[in-house]
Design a protein. Structure first.
Length: 237
């Protein structure tokens, strides 16, 4: 069943317009009488399409569905990588329940983003997360934050557990920290060029623990997906 994230709820109905209306009418071609999910303020409603016009679709609320809210918050702090692989991170992170994504330009970044184009990039990235949230039937959309160009600003992202994946770490494993008690976690994944020793030193001063993701050297996109999958597995076990 198709899902739509909406910003306004009327007493017993939702009104769908804009891009969502185009998707409903012209892409999936839903008709009067068909059921959809409308998601508003992290609540899911089963609705029936009442009518569809050129300008809007009215969906009548049949019932509110119960849902269990996650007790943990996961923040992915990740070096920006090439577009196709970056899009994959956004999609899979959304499917795996990420709450916040903080793009970072590290010193070894292969990809850089022109500040003049940042707003357009952020809008595109957020749309990718919206579509992935719809596909995975999430009740929330992860937030894409502004690009971090000064590593010191990472210190402003608070959490109970702060970890940075680093290929030179041989003793402390990612999994051992996941077994500790925490409600919020920050996991840092570097770009294609990795994270420099100087940057690691700065992160350690912010109380980040370097961790190993295993014996193999993982690509940036693989590392991000692996780390988030491990978090979901550990907390849902």
């Amino acid at each position: 069943m198709h899902s739509f994230f909406l910003e306004e709820k009327f007493e017993d109905k939702f009104v769908i317009k804009g891009d969502d209306l185009h998707h409903l009418r012209n892409v999936v071609k839903l008709k009067t009488g068909e059921e959809i999910y409308c998601i508003f303020e992290e609540k899911k409603y089963l609705c029936e399409i009442f009518n569809v016009t050129q300008d809007e679709c009215t969906a009548i609320i049949k019932k509110q569905l119960s849902a269990q809210k996650s007790l943990m918050t996961t923040n992915l702090i990740v070096g920006v990588i090439r577009e196709q692989k970056w899009d994959l991170i956004l999609q899979k992170a959304t499917e795996l329940g990420i709450d916040n994504i903080y793009p970072v330009i590290f010193s070894r970044n292969v990809v850089n983003i022109d500040p003049k184009k940042e707003e357009a990039k952020l809008s595109r990235w957020q749309n990718i997360c919206v579509e992935a949230a719809k596909q995975s039937k999430r009740l929330t959309i992860p937030k894409i934050h502004s690009i971090i160009r000064d590593i010191n600003k990472i210190n402003n992202i608070n959490s109970d557990l702060k970890l940075v994946a680093w290929e030179q770490e041989n003793e402390k494993s990612f999994k051992q920290f996941l077994k500790t008690n925490w409600e919020t976690i920050n996991i840092i994944i570097g770009p294609e060029g990795g994270i420099s020793e100087n940057e690691i030193s700065k992160l350690q001063q912010m109380n980040y623990k370097t961790v190993s993701l295993g014996d193999n050297i993982l690509r940036a996109e693989t590392a991000a997906i692996y780390a988030l999958s491990a978090i979901v597995y550990e907390k849902n076990d």
